[in-house]
Every structure is written in structure tokens, then in C-alpha cells.
Write a new protein. Sequence first.
Length: 349
Amino acid sequence: MTARAVAKRELALAAASARDVLTYDELVEGVLDPIRRGTACSGVSLYRYNDQGIVKCLSGTLVEATPHYAAELFLVDPIQGALLRRQHMRHAVVPRLFPEIDWALFQRGAAYNEFYRLHGVEDLLGVNLSDEPYGSPGTSGVLLTRSQREPQFDAELVNQVDRLRPALLSAARRIERVARSRRREAALEATVERLAQRPTVIVDRMGHVLFMSRDAELLLKSAEAKANFAELAARALFEPSEETSFLLEERQGSLRVEAHALRSPGLQPLAIATIQPPQGETPVQRWRLTRTETQVLGLLAEGLSNREIAGQLFVSLDTVKTHVSRVLAKSGTRSRAQLLVLLRDERLR
């Protein structure tokens, strides 16, 4: 197989693989490696500008050197200056061909001698993977490099890589969308986990319940109470403040509710509401524990093991395990540790 045929095959593989990637790691393995082989380059690097606008090499031959470059050489590099002035680059570029860069002068400068030359970079071909100006926070790109022993990038190779840019750009957009979604999901999960020590309900702006913790269900017994609660909680999304509170009259007394509006670009707003149980009602009363379950709860709070509880109550170990499981279920907790944290919070109120 000729070198041209190999290049055509590898670049076609890269374009096909770009349609399925969801992470930068997948982009490196399935797309950048074939590009490097297809273009016969000694180096390939994937970079990204973080939320502070600082460049970071995510993968490739320049990973270890990039921190030093970003901290000391970035601002004095004529290549970066030219790229930042051009801003929108919707085609693959070879900085060596920029008319504003004196390449001989560049090779006498610090960026070349302390970074490029040390890492075998004599020629570069860059592809910006964003429609945003080059260097904007969150933008990424691919850098292909060749050493002194390799030929310089020619017009034909630049055109081949340029034809790949739409597929790479689409992949980068998808990766950023997935990453943002995962970050939002992680933040929401962390919020719910933190609030789960109290009766918690999450509703959308239409008053639809998306999540209701076990202890919240125990407080809002009737369907009517749940519907009234959801409607009131949703009102938090129409208030000017991010937080609001209200009283919900229930048969067992007034429930104080605190609702927090969670708004994120591209997602529907949500209201996260936590319920303050009626004053004076103990966890045992609220969870409707039996006499034996109440005894088990007290011994759990003292830090006794299941075997020690069995000895105290003169029952089998299996019986204790059953009671502990019921206490956890009724309290809306998933573990002994979470139950103890909930009991501690109850005492602090």
C-alpha cells in the first residue's frame, strides 16, 4: 500500500470515528492517532483553554512541557500573538506561513529555544476546534508537529487536514455538551445528597415532582398535600430571589418549607425544597416506628453493632438486621452512617 493510500485510509478512519466520540480521551484514541499516522507527523497534541483562559495540553507529545510554556513563554511567543490577533480561524493554519512572523527572528527567541526546539517541533499545523475566537475559555484545538528531520507541511496536507475540521469541530462541540451535562448532573447529585439529610422535594416550573425523598413522603401523606406543596415550591422559580420560604398547613401542623431556585443555561429551572418538620415532633413519631424499632434506633444511636443490639434485646442477629433495615427505610436513609448524621441534625435543631 502506498503512502498516499495509507494517508487516505487513516484520515477516513479519523473522520468516521469523530462522529461517535463523547470525551477528549476518545478523541485522542480514535481520531488523533489516525490523523498522526495519516499525516506522518512525529507529534500531535490536543489543547484546551480552561475557564480562566489558560492553555492546557490534554494529550500528546507536549503534555509535560505545557505547564512551563503556559507560565513563562506563552506571552512572549510570536506564534501565540499572531493567533490571538487573528481570533477566528475557520481553517487549518501553518504559523510558519504567517506574513507577520519573522521566522528567523522567531528561531532566535525564547519560545523556540526553550520550548519548540527542545521538543523537536520545527513546523506546526494547527486546527482550532471552535467557532469562538482563538484562546477563549473552553475552546480547544489540535496541533500537528514535525521535527527537523521531517519535511515541512505542504499545501496538499493542509487541505487534507482542513477537510477533517468539520468532523473535528462537531466532535468538540459534542464533547463540551456532554462534559457540561455531566458537571450539572454531578452538581445536582451533590446538592441532593447534601439536602437528603432533610425531607427534600425537587419540582419543575410546572409543579411536576421530579424527586421526593422518603421522609418528605411521610410528611406529605395525601396526594392533595403533595400537589399543594409542589405548586407552592414551583413559585420559587418566579420570585426575584434565589431563595424563598413558606408555611404549608398540614393536619399534623404547619410545615416550614425552604425553596431554592436552581437555574442553569440550557436546562429547565428547578426548585429544590426542603421541609422543616413540625416543632416538637420527634423522629420516632414522624417515622412511625414501632416499639421495637424505637429500641433499635436508640441502641444504634449509642453506636452499638448489630450483634451487640441482639444481645441487649435478647433476639437473633437476623431479627436485628430486619429491624435496622426497617428503620433505615422509614427514615429515608441508606446506611447506618447516614442515619446517625440525620439524628445528629435533629438534635441540633
